[in-house]
Design a protein around this ligand. Structure first.
Ligand SMILES: Nc1ncnc2c1ncn2[C@@H]1O[C@H](COP(=O)(O)OP(=O)(O)OP(=O)(O)O)[C@@H](O)[C@H]1O
Length: 202
């Protein structure tokens, strides 16, 4: 994914003022920024949901987008969500979805309706839906929100595996999480990205 000089404003409020980044295959990258810094705006532009005022986004091949607010249908079960997305993605089976569910340990919820799931389990489903077609580029907005510690660790194992398989993963969060797991970390501040060290603090 190659992103050049993105600018975006809501009315007179300039949120992005020249964002440039490159995500080569096999990269695990992070963007942190305070509330309102423009992280979601940037992800919406990268995913194509929003057109930038200026700048370009190039990527070759499919991508998965895990938005901050889970877009689930409360009346449908977990399995029905998977079947729906299987058709939408044109997949022949649910093998990959089942693998992700195993890793995140929520296979036993397959027949539960989304409306009765806990926040963390909803987020697991949200993540599975973004990953089940094995996209080349993954855009994840606060992906571990509501996860307990063990699930949080499993999330990072999953991200590391994707990276080993040549996928590009971009994790966006307001927290300066475990930076040493990342190849590159940027801070979004005042509409621009600043590269941060990923070395553990001494
Ligand atoms: N549709 C919109 N119309 C007008 N202003 C908006 C709109 N969406 C976002 N904004 C404003 O743009 C700024 C950036 O919002 P954005 O949601 O991208 O930030 P964020 O970094 O994702 O924040 P958070 O960490 O709180 O989720 C905020 O000041 C927000 O109020």
């Amino acid at each position: 994914m190659d992103v050049r000089n993105l600018h975006h404003a809501y009315g007179r409020h300039a949120v992005l003022r020249g964002v440039t980044l490159r995500l080569p295959p096999g990269t695990l990258a992070g963007i942190v920024g305070e509330n309102g810094a423009g992280k979601t705006t940037l992800l919406k532009i990268l995913s194509g949901e929003l057109s930038p005022d200026r700048g370009t986004v190039h990527h070759d091949g499919g991508f998965g987008y895990c938005p901050q607010a889970a877009t689930l249908h409360d009346a449908l079960t977990v399995r029905q969500h998977l079947e729906y997305f299987k058709v939408a993605y044109g997949l022949s089976d649910l093998r990959r979805a089942e693998e992700v569910m195993e890793v995140l340990r929520f296979s036993e919820y397959a027949d539960e309706r989304a409306g009765v799931l806990s926040g963390g389990t909803r987020q697991k489903l949200n993540l599975t839906l973004a990953l089940m077609h094995d996209p080349r580029v993954l855009l994840l907005d606060e992906p571990y929100q509501g996860f307990d510690w063990e699930t949080y660790q499993r999330f990072w194992d999953l991200a590391a595996r994707l990276r080993e398989n040549g996928r590009s993963v971009l994790v966006v969060s307001h927290l300066a999480y475990d930076a040493e797991r990342l190849d590159v970390l940027w801070r979004l501040d005042d509409g621009t990205l600043y590269e941060q060290s990923t070395e553990p603090a001494a």
